[in-house]
Design a protein around this ligand. Structure first.
Ligand code: PMP
Length: 411
């Protein structure tokens, strides 16, 4: 039996762990297919946060009393496990609010390093989070933005990458996995090209970290950003990995309490890593919930999660491809379980409403990638994105829902 099949049986149980998936919408069981936007939370994650507030609530790093010591220990354990999850050292993992804040942290901290003549290289498939902060840096510093082109199948054109990255490049920042096309980019190779030109590489791991095992050491990236809420954790907590020697040399992003070692009326000495980048009271409950989510993912195994994603992607792609008039946008060989599509005669928002009536949750619109929509020549797409609790039945339901929509719209 193939590995994913063995896991498939296990996956049937995964749904049971997610209270929200027991809800019925319009009298129908939920088929939650908007995982690229955010994932659902298992009961153990909800319980972990509840337990912190019920039994251990205190501020961290300050109190010389039992519950504060417990809270500090829980928070620091979350830090350690988040780092370990991507093969990073304790001092290299900073908690932020989300991927967006992680990218902003790097952009704002490095802003004074950029000047006219410098170039920042992005790809055409970037999420606004990995685009707008760099537009700001370019505007403030006089640096220039350059874009790596895409191939027909929605993958990165490596020839274009080699052309775009040069000795003028200071930083390359790319999505590891596209939230629209599903494409998994060869971040290691792009990083190698960046490094050989003396540039840094930042990887937007918002979609990739939840889906397969990542080692920052193997990727050899300088920065990696991701969000807990896309991997079964709570909203409001995210991660920034940075190489220790780079983080050490960077200015803080936010200034205030907690991020200092010593303060006078005139100046301040900053705290050691990672606390230098964590100003103010942190999202302690969020970190604890995230730690539990990491534990849950580990108990399934990231290789099983990747294989399950491959299985669902292959099955759903086949089912949707059979529908006349439906065009899948993004057909790279290296793809995660995200399917964007266009359906002749039914605009994406109508499609989402039709499917909602069937209890199926999908996304419609520009998916925070307006320039990419323009590049692809569409106003928006419908998008189904899968995760560990989704089954073949969910893929069948969306296929049947679209067929029902076709009859309704008489197309
Ligand atoms: N990058 C990508 C590729 C994403 O898919 C997302 C979320 N849709 C983000 C960045 C931003 O993540 P967050 O909203 O959690 O900051």
């Amino acid at each position: 039996m193939a590995k994913w099949q063995a896991y498939g049986a296990k996956n049937m149980n995964a749904k049971k762990d997610f209270p929200i998936l027991k809800r019925r919408i319009n009298g129908k069981e939920i088929a939650y297919l908007d995982n690229a936007a955010t994932t659902q939370k298992p009961k153990c994650v909800l319980d972990a946060m509840d337990d912190y507030y019920t039994m251990h609530n205190a501020n961290i790093h300050r109190g010389i009393y039992k519950i504060s010591e417990e809270a500090t220990e829980m928070y620091e354990k979350a830090h350690e496990n988040a780092g370990r999850f991507v093969d990073a050292g304790f001092q290299e993992m900073v908690f932020t609010r989300n991927t967006t804040e992680s990218i902003n942290l790097v952009a704002y901290s490095l802003l004074p390093e950029f000047q006219k003549g410098d170039e920042i290289v992005l790809s055409r498939m970037e999420h606004h989070s990995n685009l707008v902060p760099w537009q700001h840096v370019a505007k403030m510093s006089g640096a220039r933005l350059k874009y790596i082109e895409l191939l027909e199948d929605g993958s990165i054109d490596m020839e274009s990458a080699k052309k775009a990255i040069s000795r003028k490049t200071k930083l390359v920042s790319i999505a590891h996995m596209s939230n629209v096309l599903g494409t998994i980019n060869d971040a290691r190779e792009i990083g190698r090209i960046a490094h050989s030109n003396g540039a840094m590489i930042m990887v937007d791991g918002a979609q990739s970290v939840p889906h397969f095992q990542i080692s920052v050491k193997k990727l050899d990236c300088d920065f990696l950003a991701f969000s807990a809420h896309k991997m079964l954790g709570p909203t409001g907590i995210g991660c920034l990995y940075g190489k220790k020697e780079i983080l050490e040399g960077m200015r803080p992003f936010l200034y205030g309490g907690e991020m200092i070692r010593e303060v006078s009326y005139e100046s301040a000495k900053f705290n050691e890593l990672p606390w230098k980048f964590e100003a103010g009271t942190q999202n302690i409950a969020g970190a604890i919930g995230f730690d539990r989510a990491i534990g849950y993912l580990r108990s399934i195994g990231m290789d099983n999660i990747r294989d399950h994603g491959k299985m669902i992607l292959a099955y759903a792609t086949r089912r949707l491809s059979e529908i006349e008039g439906l065009r899948i946008i993004g057909n790279s060989r290296h793809k995660g379980s995200i399917i964007s599509f266009d359906f002749r005669g039914i605009p994406p928002h109508d499609m989402a409403a039709i499917l909602d009536a069937e209890g199926i949750c999908i996304r419609a619109g520009h998916h925070c990638a307006m320039p990419l929509m323009k590049y692809l020549g569409v106003n928006g797409t419908s998008r189904a994105s899968f995760y560990i609790y989704n089954t073949k039945e969910d893929a069948d339901r969306i296929a049947n829902g679209i067929e029902k929509g076709r009859k309704l719209f008489k197309v």
